[in-house]
Design a protein around this ligand. Structure first.
Ligand code: MG
Length: 170
């Protein structure tokens, strides 16, 4: 069996509950794709709760068949308390390089009712491209709402899905 195929695909998913910002609730500042929003709700999380970067990180780790983000950076480890999520993605990208792969392209969908993602989509795209070390043209970011239904639609959660294709670098 080929342990080092020319392509490997991975999917990452994350969700964080949103609460009113501290001290009214347990919400941290809302950060998505490394961009901080001025918003009255924020994620309840051990790290900074950046669901977008967590999904991308898990997509890369998943493509590699390596332990997931929760295994590598446990939410019980004080080292990762309030950690910014760029270091998780940097580690995943580094593991891909060490395994002999580069990111061919990735597609990220962030689902939240508000605030609107569109004004900062390009900034998120740039952040992810820079962290992975690839051209922005290889990173796609989509924002969607959840049509006001269920927890995400009621503004009580933010969700992200990422699909990544890794290509072997010979
Ligand atoms: Mg997360």
């Amino acid at each position: 069996m080929d342990q080092h195929p020319p392509f490997r695909v991975g999917h990452g998913y994350d969700l964080h509950r949103l609460e009113p910002r501290e001290p009214d609730g347990k919400g941290r500042p809302l950060v998505l794709g490394g961009v901080e929003f001025d918003h009255d709700m924020g994620p309840v999380s051990h790290s900074d709760g950046d669901a977008a970067l967590h999904a991308v990180t898990d997509a890369i780790l998943g493509a590699l068949g390596e332990p997931d983000i929760g295994q590598l950076f446990p939410n019980t480890d004080p080292q990762w308390e309030s950690a910014t999520s760029d270091q998780f993605l940097l580690e995943a990208a580094d593991r891909a390089r060490r395994a002999g792969y580069a990111v061919s392209n990735l597609d990220l969908t962030v689902i939240l009712e508000r605030p609107k993602l569109s004004p900062v989509k390009e900034q998120i795209r740039g952040n992810i491209a820079r962290l992975i070390g690839i051209d922005e043209a290889l990173v796609n970011v989509k924002g969607k709402t959840h049509e006001k239904v269920d927890a995400v639609g009621e503004g009580r959660a933010v969700e992200a899905h990422a699909v990544v294709l890794l290509m072997r670098v010979d």
